[in-house]
Design a protein around this ligand. Structure first.
Ligand code: 5GP
Ligand code: MG
Ligand code: MG
Length: 173
């Protein structure tokens, strides 16, 4: 059993999510669709959506599921789309949301898939960013926290499918 050392407490995450929602409504006036990447971003999307409501936005919510990591703690480098893109996304303004941007492959792949469908403007958002690990250049418009090259879990993010339920984010040791 791994041990988890707390990196961001529940209250710190909540405060950052609230601030992020403020940044997003400033940058994206009007209608947009949140497209979250499952499963890791599910909790973040749910909390961010409610913070966006408090900030005055009224986003729609969709999810995409990608595969790449499996049970490993390092990216396999290959990303696939499991299932289809949301129907009716053409022409819509999209806020693409992931839990963590590491090499950048997942969010770059999801962004490219959405662009192939002729969406309107696209913004990207990640709760956690590991800039040191980047292998693919990708613009992240809204970032919750930048972190070092550590392996984290909690708040929707798993370690071999465990720890998603934790209300905080911790380093897996
Ligand atoms: P990328 O494609 O940018 O290399 O990896 C992004 C995905 O890898 C994230 O959405 C997340 O699912 C997973 N990932 C990256 N870093 C971590 C980490 O520290 N912990 C966990 N559990 N998953 C990670
Ligand atoms: Mg992910
Ligand atoms: Mg995972």
């Amino acid at each position: 059993m791994a041990s988890i050392r707390v990196l961001f407490r529940e209250a710190e995450i909540a405060a950052r999510v609230e601030a992020l929602a403020g940044e997003i409504v400033q940058a994206i006036p009007g209608d947009f669709v949140m497209v979250g990447l499952l499963k890791g971003a599910a909790f973040f999307v749910a909390d961010l959506a409610r913070a966006l409501d408090r900030a005055g936005a009224c986003p729609e919510i969709e999810f995409l599921r990608l595969s790449s990591y499996g049970l490993a703690t390092a990216s396999s480098g290959e990303v696939r789309l499991l299932g289809d893109l949301p129907s009716g996304i053409e022409g819509r303004r999209v806020l693409l949301i992931d839990d963590i941007v590491d090499t950048g492959r997942s969010i770059a792949f999801a962004a490219a898939s959405l662009r192939e469908r002729d969406i309107g403007d696209l913004w990207t958002c990640a709760l956690l960013d590991k800039p040191q690990r980047r292998e693919v250049e990708v613009r992240i418009d809204f970032i919750g926290f930048q972190i070092e090259d550590v392996f984290v879990a909690g708040y929707g993010v798993d370690h071999a499918e465990k720890y998603r339920h934790l209300p905080y984010i911790g380093i897996v040791e």
